[in-house]
Design a protein around this ligand. Structure first.
Ligand code: GLC
Length: 522
């Protein structure tokens, strides 16, 4: 059993999209020093961990998910030394940092790919997945064809400019499909370990792993990909046992078997995550139904042995801003949910102040519809919302033009703001182990047909009942025994002999049972 970095158990993450966070050199794009400058803002909110989207050298056809040098910070963000300083300053403030590791593909500008396109055999010929004839277009895959003298088609992993690295096929069926233990795939794994070593030795605390389930091909049950990650975990246990690993996979039973500590709940696929926040009638808008989400969550939770390691994000760089569909006080209820669920919560920069999805923007760096969720952080009411001193037409993405756009400085001062609510919620979570990442969860009400969502979180004798009602009507809960003091409340809630009455657009966390349990030390 691999070691588990203890800090993960109480981690509340903040996701930074580096382009749009804080520009300190006036070129209109965020940078590493901007993140360092804003660490105290993140710490003051209560977050103690950060995930940074890829910030490595790249032609930025997919905002940096198309890496051309894994071991070099993109010059527009600063230098490797700036990154080391960010690690050091973060650690001084008790913040851990995960970098984004993109193991499935590179940019087609990566020197490895350029070498692999050559007709003459070389060290990188087998670094990517190539067919042995340009006329072959393998079923089920998109390919890059006709760009090289090499006679072959190269499989892509996502966009056309992202050729798939070669980790082999679980069941090779054609001569060009290499086995996982063939020299090419083995060399790719070693190269991946070298990248991880490089950043871990500089002080990074681990990785969020992009498309972690996509590596081995023809691998329906993902047995090959799981084995590959077990190999990586064994290397980490040997050399960097404290390294934290969080996967973008969406199947916690598989990713945990592969040695990941936590897995993300995805906004695509079968998770029903969007039923809560982003659909025609989202649950948190007050008129939706959370029951299919709950059913799927429980299924995954059971499959991963109730380890509670499914991370639920407020949003991310790939989906609509939370504020696009959830309005007013109901945003607070969404955070009451996110910050009382098992697994580490992830707050996407700016969601804590209710930043808008900026409508109608032209796509930037392969953002397409995602661009509206990637606009610059709104720090204050000064020029460019305090994001950058560049002329506004030179900004990476335009600032939200709305007159009533929220900003961090005003909300930090205002006790009644969304940010202050989020801060209170993080503080409550961090002072009760039952609400932390490892506490158990039992659903009591599944949010079906405009009913509240209610669940009990427990850990080591402490039990906390959570009830969240985004609907317009109050709800009387008559089957929750032993409720005592309310440790967090937004809106209205009163405890009764048989349960509680929760007001419309309200949330409460209530102690349950005689044992008052253990207060977490931090
Ligand atoms: C992940 C990233 C996304 C990127 C894709 C390809 O889903 O979150 O932004 O475009 O992988 O790397």
């Amino acid at each position: 059993m691999s070691k588990r970095p203890e800090w993960l158990d109480a981690a509340v993450f903040y996701e930074i999209y580096p382009q749009s966070f804080k520009d300190t050199d006036g070129d209109g794009i965020g940078n590493i020093n901007g993140m360092t400058e804003k660490l105290s803002y993140i710490r003051e909110l209560g977050c103690n961990a950060i995930w940074i989207n890829p910030c490595f050298e790249s032609p930025f056809g997919d905002a940096g998910y198309d890496v051309s040098d894994y071991c070099r910070i993109a010059p527009r963000y600063g230098t490797n030394d700036d990154m080391v300083r960010l690690f050091e300053e973060a650690h001084k403030q008790g913040i851990h940092i995960l970098l984004d590791l993109v193991p499935g593909h590179t940019s087609w500008d990566h020197p490895w790919f350029k070498e692999s396109m050559k007709a003459a055999r070389n060290e990188y010929t087998d670094r990517y997945v190539w067919t042995d004839s340009v006329w072959e277009e393998p079923e089920g895959f998109s390919t890059i064809r006709g760009l090289s003298e090499r006679d072959g088609s190269c499989i892509v992993n996502f966009f056309t400019h992202q050729p798939a690295l070669n980790y082999g096929f679980y069941r090779p069926e054609k001569p060009w499909q290499q086995a996982m233990d063939a020299p090419g795939p083995q060399a790719t794994i070693e190269a991946l370990k070298d990248i991880m070593r490089f950043w871990l030795s500089k002080g990074c605390d681990g990785f969020r792993v992009d498309m972690a389930g996509s590596l081995v091909k023809n691998d329906e049950d993902q047995k090959g990909t799981i084995a590959l990650w077990q190999n990586i975990r064994a290397f980490l246990d040997e050399e960097y046992p404290e390294a934290a690993m969080v996967s973008e996979w969406g199947e916690p039973d598989k990713s945990l078997a592969g040695g990941f500590h936590m897995d993300f709940l995805l906004h695509f696929g079968p998770s029903h995550y969007n039923d809560l926040f982003r659909c025609e009638k989202p649950f948190f808008a007050g008129n939706g139904d959370a029951s299919e989400f709950v059913a799927k969550y429980i299924e995954n939770y059971e499959r991963s042995e109730r380890k509670g390691l499914i991370c639920i994000p407020s949003g991310n760089h790939d989906m609509d801003r939370l504020a696009r569909h959830i309005k007013g006080d109901n945003r607070r209820l969404a955070f009451a949910f996110l910050l009382s669920m098992p697994g580490a919560p992830y707050i996407y920069y700016g969601d804590e102040i209710g930043m808008n999805y900026v409508e109608g923007l032209a796509s930037v760096e392969g953002g397409y519809g995602r661009t509206g969720s990637r606009s610059p952080m709104q720090w204050d009411t000064s020029e460019n919302a305090g994001f950058s001193s560049a002329p506004s037409d030179r900004l990476y993405i335009p600032i939200d033009p709305s007159e009533d756009r929220p900003d961090a400085a005003s909300q930090t001062e205002d006790e009644a703001s969304l940010r202050s609510e989020v801060k209170r919620l993080i503080a409550v979570r961090q002072s009760h182990k039952a609400l932390n990442n490892l506490g158990d969860i039992e659903f009591i009400l599944n949010g079906a047909k405009e009913k509240p969502l209610a669940y009990t979180r427990s850990f080591d004798g402490e039990k906390i009942f959570v009830i969240i009602n985004p609907a317009d009507e109050k709800y009387e809960m008559t089957s929750a025994e032993g409720l005592s003091d309310i440790i967090y409340k937004f809106g209205e809630c009163s405890v009764t002999d048989t349960g509680c009455v929760i007001g419309p657009h309200s949330a409460a966390f209530i102690r349950q049972g005689a044992d008052r349990g253990s207060e977490a030390s931090e």
